[in-house]
Each structure stands twice: as structure tokens, then as C-alpha cells.
Ligand binder design. Structure first.
Ligand SMILES: [Zn+2]
Length: 108
């Protein structure tokens, strides 16, 4: 199942991500970890252009339903033990300015 929530400030990246990051989307060594999660973060890229576009079902804004969104953080991984897929992402809505976070776990 997919868990989603909407907020006024980003959850996965610092509030100053627009100035902190230099690229729309880049591999994030700082957030990637021993659970084989590979994070991509950035100032924002359209869902269709994201490197994980084939693995993750990016959705519309959770607040207003607009598809005019930018992906600011995303990770995808497969458990070495169970083979289940996991992913998380966060999008910024260019229409209402809210942030929508989604988390997916295949075996839930
Ligand atoms: Zn919106």
C-alpha cells in the first residue's frame, strides 16, 4: 500500500533545498545507506524525467490534485531478503506550493 501525506514544508530534504542543492536531481550519497536505498534529491525535476520514473508511480499533488509537480526527493530499493520493493518520494506542487510525500512497501 501507499502512504501519502501533505505538508507545508518538505520532510525528506531541508527547508533550504532550493539553495542547498545545485542540480534538479542528483544521486545523494549522504542519504543513501546500508539498506541499499539509493536516494536522489535536488531542486526539483518533472516526474517523467526522473531517473526512477520506471520504478516509481509518481502521483499528482495530494493537496490540490495538480500534475504540475516537481520531484525533490526519491529512493527505490529491493530487499535482498524478501525481494520486496520499497520506495519513497516527495514532490513539490507548483500550483499550491504544498509538499506531498509518499511511501510504498510491496509486502504491506
Ligand atoms: Zn497542489
Amino acid at each position: 500500500m501507499i502512504d501519502t501525506s501533505t505538508s507545508d514544508t518538505p520532510i525528506f530534504v531541508p527547508k533550504d533545498f532550493k539553495t542547498l542543492f545545485t542540480k534538479p536531481c542528483a544521486f545523494d550519497e549522504r542519504m543513501s545507506n546500508e539498506w541499499h536505498q539509493e536516494w536522489f534529491t535536488g531542486t526539483g525535476i518533472s516526474p517523467a524525467e526522473h531517473p526512477l520514473a520506471r520504478q516509481i508511480a509518481f502521483s499528482a499533488c495530494g493537496n490540490c490534485g495538480s500534475n504540475d509537480v516537481l520531484v525533490i526527493a526519491a529512493q527505490w530499493c529491493v530487499s535482498y531478503h524478501s525481494g520486496d520493493a520499497y520506495w519513497d518520494y516527495e514532490i513539490e506542487c507548483r500550483l499550491c506550493g504544498k509538499y506531498t510525500k509518499a511511501s510504498f512497501c510491496e509486502n504491506d
